[in-house]
Design a protein around this ligand. Structure first.
Ligand SMILES: Nc1ncnc2c1ncn2[C@@H]1O[C@H](COP(=O)(O)OP(=O)(O)OP(=O)(O)O)[C@@H](O)[C@H]1O
Ligand code: SF4
Ligand SMILES: [Mg+2]
Length: 376
């Protein structure tokens, strides 16, 4: 199997929750992306757009009842390829923690409060790498040291509440990388941390990806984090990817009005003092169903009647977009080693967006945009 094959190819992933008497919730609605060796792929979007549900579906952690999962998520293993969405639970348990790992937002609720850190790390080493006794203890101390926890031997004997928030997140990352996973999913791993610790954790994740060749799916609502860490970015809105691009074109030439709105609503260090931010009007709940047209239409300044003729199809930037089923063929949001193709889902995109001077900052602090130039 070629090493240029993505480590994980997610195709048309959908997750629908039963409404239990009311309308069903289409949390993820045909999302496709790939994760590549040694690259960081971002999933970004406002609260409720389906980021966490996507990660839970990939990890096989959605409830068994009341939820329908569709599409495929094919993972490349050393010997074969498996679809994570149909894999039996027993195989999935073996994969989790060994080939596939997840870092959650809140380390305190992810760590067992009544078990010392060391035992939680060595348990993974025992289960997935067969290490025991002093060998496992040494490896656990090495892992804590690697993620920058000082005095690791002492910390191994301590309980989660005895560590600071940043150290707990580092311990969780140590557990996630304990078995050198090929694919790692991080769901808002730095949201609960202050900005200096946040920057350190992001640097640590970047080093792990570079050194181990891990494919990282970074889930965040923070475009500063995206600018500092991600190679390819998928912007989600109401369960669908609306724009996908490598980092530079996404920040220098965003074309979807929602992406431009996200960029414009973030403070810039070089903005004149007192200049107001430009928020996206309305709220994430002001959607229409994709089946009726573009879900973003109620909040979009570029809206025309064409936007309500059906769900806009995903097309390469620069090509004319119609609505799904309209016959132009559409595009997939895949990537193949050189980065994702720049695609969007909009019949009336922003052109020549005046955001070329946008700083692609390495700090998680700031990424913003100027006022966009609309064109029909
Ligand atoms: N168990 C569930 N039952 C019904 N609906 C759910 C369930 N879990 C999530 N949802 C809905 O799915 C949608 C997507 O939720 P999700 O948690 O993925 O959002 P998110 O993008 O991670 O948001 P945030 O940034 O706030 O974490 C939301 O509308 C949410 O209410
Ligand atoms: S399809 Fe229409 S409503 Fe949707 S983002 Fe594009 S211009 Fe706005
Ligand atoms: Mg979430």
């Amino acid at each position: 199997m070629s090493s240029s094959t993505p480590l994980l190819a997610v195709d048309e992933l959908s997750v629908v929750f039963d409404g239990h008497g009311s309308d069903e919730v289409r949390a993820v609605d045909g999302v496709s992306f790939t994760l590549e060796e040694g690259r960081v792929t971002g999933l970004v979007g406002e609260s409720g757009c389906g980021k966490s549900v996507t990660s839970l579906a990939l990890m096989g952690l959605l409830p068994d009842r009341g939820v329908r999962v569709g599409g495929s998520a094919v993972m490349r293993l050393p010997e074969d390829r498996v679809d994570l969405l149909t894999l039996p639970q027993r195989r999935m348990r073996d994969l989790r923690g060994s080939q596939l790992a997840m870092i959650f937002q809140d380390p305190l609720s992810s760590l067992n409060p009544v078990v010392p850190i060391g035992r939680q790390v060595t348990e993974i080493l025992r289960r997935h790498r067969g290490l025991r006794g002093s060998v496992a203890d040494r490896e656990a101390a090495d892992l804590l040291d690697r993620v920058g926890i000082p005095d690791p031997k002492r910390r191994l004997r301590e309980y989660p509440h005895q560590l600071s928030g940043g150290m707990r997140q580092r311990a969780l990352i140590a557990m996630a990388v304990a078995c050198r996973p090929r694919v790692m999913i991080a769901d808002e791993p730095t949201t609960a941390l202050d900005v200096t610790i946040q920057a350190q954790i992001l640097e640590l994740l970047r080093d792990l990806v570079t050194e181990e060749g891990t494919a990282l799916l970074m889930i965040t609502h923070d475009l500063g984090v995206v600018a500092g860490l991600c190679d390819d970015i998928n912007v989600l809105y109401a369960g669908r990817a609306v724009e996908t691009a490598p980092r530079t074109p996404l920040f220098s030439d965003p074309t979807h009005p929602y992406t431009v709105g996200l960029l414009s609503s973030i403070p810039r260090l070089d903005a004149p003092r007192g200049e107001p931010l430009t928020p996206i009007r309305g709220s994430v709940n002001d959607n229409i169903a994709w089946s009726q047209g573009c879900a973003f239409a109620p909040r979009c300044d570029h809206y025309t009647m064409e936007c309500l003729q059906g769900p806009p199809e995903l097309v390469a930037v620069g090509t004319a977009a119609g609505v799904e089923g309209g016959g132009s063929g559409g595009a997939s949001a895949g990537a193949s080693g050189a980065g994702a193709e720049h695609v969007h889902r909009c019949v009336n995109p922003v052109r020549h967006a005046d955001v070329a001077d946008q700083p692609v900052t390495e700090s998680p602090a700031v990424a913003g945009g100027d006022e966009e130039e609309a064109q029909g």
